[in-house]
Design a protein around this ligand. Structure first.
Ligand SMILES: [Zn+2]
Length: 584
């Protein structure tokens, strides 16, 4: 492996030694060990390819960390000088080290909530489902509901011996979850399975008549088996809804903390060390603040305020503005709004009508005047405005509004954002760079939406305007990548793969001329997302002085073939210099 040591780094290293030893310049003898304890690293990662994502540093072989920050980056020999008696050393063994991924647009509690619902799609037997529920029960407080979705009796092989309508009775399930109501939704959504506790909560027993439009499946004795078809599910769903309403403050807090923990575990397992949450209510931000102050936030959160009225925001934003709170774990300095809907539902606001629905061009979801009032509030309180805009009209209106407000304001570096920016008229493309507006775009959306986008827009309009990363980058815009999790899985690798290939699941490419190159895509997931929250001096590259948020990948995503990218594994995640995830 070829390693270059840029001048800046060498200068940094020498001045560090000078600074710490306080003596005259060391002789030109790089073999001389640095013995001063202050110069020692807490942790060294060495023997791999370090992709710093810092243009001045380029690539290196090793990184030294102290007090949670990057101490130095350089060749293995240079960094070896910082290894002392108390230094922990991790051998990268040829693997690749990159800055922690930054998820630019996700829903943190939504991710946690999605993880609380068991994914039953992979189950190939009823017994497996019972096992999954048993594991969930072990982590759950008695009385809390266990939810699952996606099971299908056609996937069970062999078919259960004792079954009614193809599904076994609830007894095995009820045995592992005597105190927790269980509600498992069928893959079709048209049926559910309930255990004894859930049936009891819904008041369903042998005497209950089938509701209109539904069937309570029964065994030979007439007892409900737990399998509920169509409208028969509703009583159990209602019981679950009532239980949620009746939660105590403590239960609500426990649920919140569980969601945070699950979302954090999922993020770190995918190498995501910072997460832009788009967004949360004041009361959820209270919860994040409490956890940040206890040192219990699992990843660094940049939270946008969402779902609050203009009047409430104008009053409360000063109390909620936080930058790097709790040791750089919580920043609240943005507002999330939404000007239009989604392309899939013909809700995105277009300049011309939909190709497959010519009677509509979509509609604004938020009146522009209302959005303007929010924008003024954002300016008044020093907040960024992150506006969801998908259609080309929605994007034009948002940029017009931003431009008008920026013109009235002295501050020029506001970094307001457009979330998604999926369809852009060519006139809008240069405006992102000109206005300094961040394009917060999700690589994975292009390939998951790609198969049907040309129906909505027509092929030519899709080619010209849909997910135009190449055009934006060439025009000098900053793109911050992400997944919109839980809309898409949180995997940065999948979104990176989509960003550089635009390869869709069915094997075709979605206008691949708009792809990013490998380094652009990596920057869009690291330093450019750091810039999108004013944290480029703290996050997003492996640069001395920055927080040591790092990811070890099992292969080099800058150099491997396209068809190897999707299989890239996150081997290890470090947050503030601490190993917080290791792949099993
Ligand atoms: Zn979203």
């Amino acid at each position: 492996m070829k390693t270059q040591t840029p001048i800046l780094l060498t200068t940094f290293f020498v001045s560090l030694v000078l600074m710490l030893t306080g003596c005259s310049p060391a002789p030109d003898d790089t073999e001389q060990p640095v013995t001063e304890p202050q110069a020692q690293a807490d942790l060294v990662l060495t023997g791999g390819t370090v992709i710093s994502v810092d243009d001045e540093i380029g690539q290196a072989e090793a990184v030294a960390i102290r007090d949670g920050r990057i101490l130095a980056v350089g060749s293995a020999a240079e960094i070896e000088l910082m290894i002392g008696n108390d230094t922990e050393v991790i051998d990268l063994a040829g693997r690749t080290l990159i800055p922690g991924f930054i998820e630019g647009h996700g829903h943190f509690l939504g991710l946690g909530n999605a993880r609380m619902i068991l994914d039953l799609r992979p189950a190939t037997s009823f017994d497996e489902i019972v096992e999954q529920v048993a594991e969930a029960v072990a982590d759950a407080e008695p009385g809390t509901w266990i939810l699952g979705r996606g099971w299908h009796q056609e996937r069970w092989d062999p078919a259960p011996e004792v079954a009614f309508d193809g599904v076994p009775p609830h007894h095995a399930l009820s045995e592992v979850s005597p105190d927790n109501p269980v509600l498992l939704t069928h893959a079709s959504g048209h049926a559910s399975f309930a255990n004894a506790a859930a049936l009891a909560a819904a008041g369903i027993d042998a005497d209950t008549e089938d509701p209109e439009g539904g069937v309570i499946v029964r065994d030979d004795e007439g007892q409900p088996t737990g399998f509920l078809r169509q409208a028969a599910q509703l009583a159990v769903r209602r019981a679950h809804g009532e239980a949620e309403q009746a939660m105590s403050d403590e239960e609500r807090q426990a649920l919140f903390e569980r969601q945070v923990e699950l979302a954090g575990t999922e993020a770190l397992a995918h190498g995501v060390t910072s997460f832009h949450d788009q967004g949360s209510s004041f009361s959820d931000i209270d919860g994040f603040r409490r956890l940040a102050e206890q040192g219990n936030l699992p990843v660094r959160l940049h939270v946008a305020v969402r779902g609050e009225s203009n009047a409430d925001m104008d009053r409360k934003l000063p109390d909620y503005r936080m930058v790097g709170h709790g040791g750089h774990f919580l920043t609240v300095r943005a507002i999330k709004r939404q000007i239009d809907g989604a392309l899939g539902t013909h809700g995105a606001w277009l300049l011309e009508p939909y190709s497959d629905k010519p009677d509509t061009a979509g509609l604004p979801q938020t009146p522009v005047d209302d959005l303007r009032e929010t924008a003024e509030i954002a300016l008044r309180h020093g907040f960024q405005l992150n506006t969801h805009a998908i259609g080309d009209r929605g994007n034009r209106e948002t940029l017009d509004l931003y431009e008008a407000l920026f013109a009235e304001h002295d501050e020029t570096d506001l970094r307001w954002r457009i979330e998604h920016a999926q369809n852009l008229h060519p006139d809008e493309v240069p405006r992102f760079a000109e206005l300094g507006v961040i394009a917060s775009m999700q690589g994975i959306h292009a390939t998951s939406d790609g198969p049907w986008v040309p129906q909505r827009l027509g092929t030519e309009r899709a080619r010209e305007r849909a997910y135009v990363w190449r055009s934006l980058l060439d025009a000098g815009a900053t793109i911050c990548n992400g997944t919109d999790v839980p809309v898409e899985p949180i995997s940065p690798i999948a979104s990176y793969h989509a960003s550089v290939t635009r390869l869709m699941d069915h094997g075709e490419y979605f206008f691949p001329e708009q792809s990013m190159n490998r380094m652009e895509a990596l920057k869009s997931y690291t330093i450019d997302c750091a810039r999108a929250v004013f944290d480029e001096d703290l996050l997003g590259s492996i640069t001395p002085g920055k927080l040591a948020d790092l990811v070890v990948l099992d292969r080099n995503i800058l150099t491997i073939d396209d068809d190897e990218l999707a299989a890239t594994e996150v081997d290890m995640t470090l947050l503030g210099g601490q190993v917080v995830h290791v792949r099993e």
